[in-house]
Write a new protein. Sequence first.
Lengths: 112, 114
Amino acid sequence: EAQVTQNPRYLITVTGKKLTVTCSQNMNHEYMSWYRQDPGLGLRQIYYSMNVEVTDKGDVPEGYKVSRKEKRNFPLILESPSPNQTSLYFCASSPPGLSGYTFGSGTRLTVV
Amino acid sequence: AQSVTQLDSHVSVSEGTPVLLRCNYSSSYSPSLFWYVQHPNKGLQLLLKYTSAATLVKGINGFEAEFKKSETSFHLTKPSAHMSDAAEYFCVVSDPNTGNQFYFGTGTSLTVIP
């Protein structure tokens, strides 16, 4: 089944403790992207990648890192999480062109 | 710059009545436009997309949207609401010239009253 898989689905962590949210897609898509969803704000893009080793900042990149060493994987790294990064995170992938993104099921992160 | 405005944050309809979710966009280029649906505690599912072909686009579950360039609108409609349509709906504009970046509206929450 074609899908984008994120792990974990739920995560509670403490301020300052580094964490990684993994994202993997099995559709051989070139484009991958991370979003955060907050009430009343819709989804905002954190980082995106157009291909292996090619990444760029989205609208809200502060406090996040990404890497794209393999085509299928696009992990999101929070080096020193803070409570304002408590949010629902979505990974998505897309081929080039206008097909639209396929989204993962989301990761609900709480930073206390 | 691309942006999307969803004109209603909440819409309530009775089951069996028409649904209208409004979306206006701003784009420097010929845009691609999408509607996504998010059911509670679920990811986002593509409903339909406009990519400069037919201006009336049909999607899944009986939804459709019409691209109106003169009004910069891409409103989502359905003739008859079903209880299972209750969800959050997002209008999205994309510019393929900027790496397939998506720009989301803030969402419209649809309630269907039995």
